[in-house]
Design a protein around this ligand. Sequence first.
Ligand SMILES: Cc1cc2nc3c(=O)[nH]c(=O)nc-3n(C[C@H](O)[C@H](O)[C@H](O)COP(=O)(O)OP(=O)(O)OC[C@H]3O[C@@H](n4cnc5c(N)ncnc54)[C@H](O)[C@@H]3O)c2cc1C
Length: 434
Amino acid sequence: GYQFQNWAKTYGCCPEMYFQPTSVEEVREVLTLARQQNKRVKVVGGGHSPSDIACTDGFMIHLGKMNRVLQVDKEKQQVTVEAGILLAELHPQLDKHGLALSNLGAVSEVTAAGVIGSGTHNTGIKHGILATQVVALTLMTADGTILECSKSINPEVFQAARVHLGCLGVILTVTLQCVPQFHLLETSFPSTLKEVLDNLDSHLKKSEYFRFLWFPHSENVSIIYQDHTNKAPSSSTSWFWDYAIGFYLLEFLLWTSTFLPCLVGWINRFFFWLLFTRKKENSHLSHKIFTYECRFKQHVQDWAIPREKTKEALMELKAMLENHPKVVAHYPVEVRFARGDDILLSPCFQRDSCYMNIIMYRPYGKDVPRLDYWLAYETIMKKFGGRPHWAKAHNCTRKDFEKMYPAFPKFCAIREKLDPTGMFLNPYLEKVFY
Ligand SMILES: Cc1cc2nc3c(=O)[nH]c(=O)nc-3n(C[C@H](O)[C@H](O)[C@H](O)COP(=O)(O)OP(=O)(O)OC[C@H]3O[C@@H](n4cnc5c(N)ncnc54)[C@H](O)[C@@H]3O)c2cc1C
């Protein structure tokens, strides 16, 4: 049988049957078969979620063959795509039409339905999570009905279905609001945690897509500004620094530190000094700047807290590491921002948010103990009203989500109506809804 593994090889499953439908009719046939045999169904996109959200031991549907651009509305600057399209496949087509998505996550080997369904985000306080770019979508519900939804058609379902967790049905098409194609200039420069936290508002004002990286066990910060530019594409990256040092040497040292954990603080400071103390500039088409090559397999957590809590929460994370020298944290802690929205299960529901992504690499595939770090982080995030990223592993259950999301009951009611038998559930989703 087919074996599924997510990108980071941290979660996997053996679905009983694996389908790659080429048409809406074939999708409906899979659902019919599932109903007849009382099987569960999970659609997988790019398989990039660092959790078991896309796993199933029932039927797995992969929409890689339903990846066409269906319509480009030049006037409204909107594009309708089949849900299985990878963003990497979409970008060149948008380029041809002089269009672009206004914001993207770090990778493009992910699908239109997958990124919206898990609440994928980037940074920029004027920009919402990626799902806020959706203006309409269609989904096939458990009984084979096709439901269109948008602000004006089935608005209640639309408010739920943009961050759908894969539990409302099979997303078939997505219509995205685009913007005219643009270039970005990325400038990164060193700073300190105190400076960046004291001047957060001014950084957020200064750069449209501002984020920063904090190097745990130190005061070091790398600030990254990305802004519209007319400059010709240019790059200051080099194979030697990026690969030989930033990847091969780092992976080796991280592996060494699995025997000598006290090395981690030193590694974080050393690599900051080596790679992040010079000001760097790159410019290119927006999607080439937003995305970068993630070379390391890794464990991550990424919670959204109210934006005003950024400083307090980070200071507490720092204090926790100082008070518990045995807890080690790989670099970076990546801090990003997103505008509030009205999508029922968006971590940014009704509030501007700060996302704080923590990471533990798996050098040569080796897991590094992380449970103490993970637990301390979750405790701090919860204390500040945090909501976990849906794609990324967390330990929350229904009780937590009821507290976190004012509209949780509303989403549950919609889910139970669209999928009364729980066809689209899996163990991850059972923890969320049961
Ligand atoms: C290297 C790397 C970098 C990343 N960078 C970022 C980042 O910058 N920001 C961020 O927020 N996240 C980031 N992520 C997380 C990633 O964006 C999400 O996991 C995203 O969901 C991946 O999309 P996918 O197509 O691989 O979805 P999958 O992981 O395949 O699926 C995600 C969910 O969507 C559902 N689904 C997919 N397609 C359909 C469909 N057609 N119908 C119904 N349900 C469907 C699945 O069932 C599942 O519940 C990163 C992940 C990796 C590995």
